[in-house]
Every structure is written in C-alpha cells, then in structure tokens.
Design a protein around this ligand. Sequence first.
Ligand code: PML
Length: 264
Amino acid sequence: QEYYSLKMRASNEKKHISGAERLLKVEKVENIEEVASELVSRALNHENGIPDFISLKVEKINQKIKKIPHIPIVYNKDNIGIICEKNYEMSNKTNSRNYCRELLKNKFKEFGVNDVLCEFLIKLGFEIIDEGGMRGAAIISLDGSRLDIAFNDDVDKGVRVKNIDTDDNLKEKIRKNDLYTERTIDAIAIASKVIDLGIVAELCTSDNPSYTTGYVATEDGYFRIKNLKELGETGGRVFYVTNLNEQSLKELIDNLENKPYLIY
Ligand code: PML
C-alpha cells in the first residue's frame, strides 16, 4: 500500500497562520487531489487571517508507517483532575497548574528524581511555555539540562513533531464528543507519537492566545487540563526525557521529526 505525505503551511507577512499534515493511503490520484484542496481551503479559511503565502508539499513515503493506538484521554466534563487522594478542580490557572505539577512530579519520581529537582524541572517547563515564541518543542533532560539547544544555538527553533496523522475513525470519535475540539485531534496524535518514542512526559499549552486548555501526556495518558493558562497568553511544548547522549538525542529528534506515524 502506497502512502503519501501532504503538508500545508500558510503565513502572512512571514507570520505563521496555520499548518496541517496528512498521511494518505493512496488508491487513486483523486485521493491526493481531494486532500490537497481540503488543506488549501483550510489555509484560506483560518481564524488567524488570510495568508499571503501557502506552501503545499506532496511526497511519497518510503519508510514503513508505524500504526499505534492513541494514549487514553483522561478528562471529564466536571473539570476535575483525579489523581492520588486529592481532586483538582480545573477552575482557574492556579488550580490547574497544581494538578499539572502533581502529574509531572509523580511521573518524575518514578524515575528517581528528588523533590528539589522535580520543582526545578517543572518551573523550567512552565517558564519555557509561558515565554512562548518557539516554533517547536523544547527538550529538558531529567537531570535538569536543556537538550534542544545543547547542540544547536537556535533557541527559538525547538523540535517539530512531523509526519503524523490520525485515522478517520479517531478523528470522528473525537469530533463526535463535544467535550473535545478539533485541536484535541492533532494534540492527541502528537502526544501519542512522542510517548511511543520514549519521552517521559510532555507539557503543552496552545500558542493560540484564545485557547486555554492544555495537557500533560505520559504513558499513563493524555491528561487534558482546562485553564492551564489565562486568555491572551502564549504557549508552547516541552518534552522531558531521560538522560541521553548526543547520539541517542539525535536519533530521538530525527524520529520525532521524520518517522511516520498513524494514530488510531
Ligand atoms: C485539547 O483541547 O485537548 C488540545 C489542547 C492542546 C492544544 C494545543 C494546540 O493546538 O495549540
């Protein structure tokens, strides 16, 4: 079976407006045409404005696609984060971040990280996402060092998770559930891929100022968290990893960017 990757990116005066990608099982060329036009229409009808530049890349995939189920979504409509003996009402940023901290701390402790280092790692993560402006994710090692810039001085860049799609059933399942949004689809796909590649935890808030829901992802699930930031604030992504040497870090980054995944 042949797969094609279709990637769309749109901007105005060099400012990013929207981007999307699809991995497509191709039976006839019309399949590519259809999705290509969907992506272009998405670029032209985006809430962030009208683009003056759209790029569409169509490429045959030569690598084998890894198909994996999505990590479980942990969320309920009462906005209560349930872990340990305590419940967290995700009613405002303070409560939501406390829930987030608890989730991250519990996970880091499984890796033998002490309390002081846990606090440091979490604070650093929030500093990075609150600062905003990165094009991809920052990578933080559980020993406290920042790895995405260790071998690269371009601080704003970060690692972009690409070559990823969700299968139609998963898209439909999420669209049907009015607890979730269109953004949940891309986010669950990214989170599932990065966890499969061995990332210990991901922390994410949207770079869209009007979207305040974010998440923590671990192998235990996609913990969706309301009010993880205030309206108007920027966002970002942080991946926490175990200590890696230069070679395994390069491999990880290559896989995050290039290894094709289909999430179902
Ligand atoms: C969700 O609603 O589950 C998605 C949360 C993360 C959004 C990240 C983004 O799309 O910018």
